[in-house]
Design a protein around this ligand. Structure first.
Ligand code: PBG
Length: 351
């Protein structure tokens, strides 16, 4: 305060400061010159929800995001590719009639997401497609795997066997990467072995390695319909997803997935885990992905809708922070909107 008061007086005593960091912030050009972190559309992967119904379906808790019907999918992916995005991550909304306790629809060779994959690879063959490997879109209970006999927990080894078969179907349909999001022990190694045995040694694995049991997945579960009936409490995935209190455990998971043959490791959610992204970046030489999840997107939209935050600048800062933390790739629902703004020449952080 004192300094400010002095500054307004005629005989302001000048501070003898040889080091003045503000010299590098004087104007937009100088700030651009010394900017340390850059984000490009190619770093971003757009999650895409798919529906078997004829029309696109808005998702109220994910403003601006709609489930895309198959007949619009080719055009939609051409648009995303033309924005320069790095790829798409596919998530099906399974017809509730097809859901079962054991999620067997996941192994139907004609299941929605496999038909979608073939459509995309025919329309935009060079555009990378990442297919989620987990059973939650297919099970009546919404868990990522099959339950044990007592129905008290997800059965690890039985689930891994199913996921390995599922991954082979996705590779055969043309997925460039399969992305196990289930957090079962040993699934990356089992999937790698199954892919190789089936002749899919070129198909990559982007492993959800440090995936936390997060409260931020709510809108996603609305989008794929994997939460319990409306009003019921959300299911807990705490016996397989990481405890948000833990850091070392995340690094163990990253090391395991790398040793089992993952090509890309992922941290999720992103904003609440910037420390984990930074540590992961420093312990592996693999590309590191971070997933800015549905709840992170929804909370920025909600605050903007209330007039409490500016949507575009908060969005831009949230993505940049994830990249600064060390993410090479970012999965984000904002991807297409951010990329479209770049294409229209809105310079990020221009003031
Ligand atoms: C499920 C899966 C989830 C997400 C991606 N894959 C939800 C969950 O684990 O319940 C969350 C993505 C998001 O919230 O945007 N295997």
């Amino acid at each position: 305060m004192a300094v400010l008061l002095f500054a307004t007086m005629p005989d302001t005593p000048r501070l003898h400061l040889p080091i003045r960091p503000r010299r590098l912030r004087r104007n937009a050009s100088i700030r651009a010159l010394v900017r340390e972190t850059h984000l490009a559309p190619a770093h971003l992967i757009q999650p895409v929800f798919i529906t078997d119904s004829g029309d696109s379906e808005p998702i109220p808790s994910l403003p601006g995001i709609e489930r895309v019907p198959l007949r619009q999918l080719a055009g939609h992916c051409r648009m995303l590719r033309d924005l320069g995005l790095g790829g798409v991550a596919l998530f099906p909304r399974t017809d509730p009639m097809l859901k079962t306790e054991d999620g067997r629809e996941a192994l139907n060779p004609e299941t929605l997401v496999l038909r979608a994959t073939r459509i995309i690879k025919a329309a935009t063959p060079e555009f990378p497609v990442f297919n989620d490997i987990a059973l939650d879109p297919y099970t009546t209970h919404g868990h990522d795997g099959v339950l044990n006999e007592a129905g008290t927990d997800v059965d690890n080894d039985a689930t891994v066997e199913i996921l390995a078969r599922m991954a082979v179907l996705h590779a055969a349909a043309g997925a460039d990467f399969v992305s196990p999001s289930d957090m079962m022990d040993g699934r990356v190694g089992a999937i790698r072995a199954a892919l190789d045995t089936a002749g899919h040694s070129a198909t990559g694995i982007m492993a959800y390695s440090a995936k936390y049991a997060s409260a931020y997945y709510g809108p996603f579960r609305d989008a794929v319909g994997s939460s319990r009936a409306t009003g019921a409490p959300p299911i807990s995935k705490a016996t397989y997803q990481l405890d948000p209190a833990n850091r070392l455990e995340a690094l163990r998971e990253v090391a395991m997935d790398e040793a089992e043959g993952a090509d890309i490791v992922m941290v999720k959610p992103a904003g609440p885990c910037l420390d984990i992204i930074r540590e992961t970046r420093s312990v592996t030489r693999l590309p590191v992905a971070a997933y800015q999840v549905s709840g992170e997107y929804a909370q920025i939209h909600a605050a903007a809708r209330l007039g409490w935050l500016d949507l575009q600048s908060t969005r831009d800062e949230s993505l940049l922070a994830i990249r600064r933390a060390g993410a090479d790739l970012i999965l984000s629902y904002f991807a297409q909107f951010w990329a479209a703004d770049q294409a229209h020449g809105t310079p990020p952080f221009s003031t």
